[in-house]
Write a protein that binds this ligand. Structure first.
Ligand code: FE2
Length: 209
């Protein structure tokens, strides 16, 4: 989708308390309004120096970071990454009543990982292995057609690695500390209850077009 003006804070696709009791309302409010809000503001501040860049999709800026003007590369990497990762994350969740593991993606996961449980175990292991702040991802490698689980530090995305994101999990402490404190493993277990499988399936089907 073309973006020709400044970035704005995209509203959550559900109520702040819709993911209770797995993800609490207060965390969602701060995470979306404050953390994502700040990334949006700082991305705009960086791009205001080169307004021509507003015409490119955010994915393209992140894929081509090394070709951006030197003085805004770090700001776009961190804040553009923050905007992309959080929109992708929030849209990758849904109220637990709507979280149904169905569709082509489930068949693909079962065929490549053995079972849904085996995939969840690997995703959890990856998310726990992130030292400090970062993300765990389910991606598709367009060359091999294989699904892969990868991690990225800070607000980096898998886009420069030419991988197609299907699902991401925020393991920055701001994503879980209020409710779970240091218990990242419990947060991950509960996050599986609010995965938006419908969205993951749509993203997967788009890679096959
Ligand atoms: Fe976050």
């Amino acid at each position: 989708m073309e973006q020709r003006k400044k970035y704005t804070l995209r509203p959550l696709p559900y109520a702040y308390d819709a993911l209770e009791p797995f993800i609490d309302e207060r965390t969602m409010r701060i995470h979306h309004d404050k953390h994502l809000g700040t990334y949006v503001d700082n991305l705009n501040k960086a791009l205001d120096q080169y307004p021509v860049l507003y015409q490119f999709p955010l994915e393209r800026l992140l894929y081509n970071i090394q070709y951006l003007p030197k003085e805004i590369q770090t700001a776009v990497r961190n804040n553009g990454g923050g905007v992309y990762n959080h929109n992708f994350f929030f849209e990758g969740m849904a109220p637990s009543s709507q979280s149904k593991p169905e569709g082509k993606i489930i068949k693909e996961i079962e065929s490549q990982f053995g079972s849904l449980k085996a995939f969840q175990d690997k995703m959890k292991e990856a998310a726990l292995s992130v030292f400090g702040s970062g993300w765990a991802w389910l991606v598709k490698n367009p060359q091999s057609g294989r699904l892969m689980i990868v991690t990225t530090p800070n607000q980096d995305t898998p886009l420069p690695g030419n991988l197609i994101p299907l699902l991401n999990l925020d393991v920055w402490e701001h994503a879980y500390y209020l409710k779970y404190q240091n218990r990242r493993a419990d947060y991950i277990d509960n996050w599986f209850h609010v995965m938006n499988w419908d969205m993951v399936n749509k993203r997967f089907e788009n890679t096959e077009k």
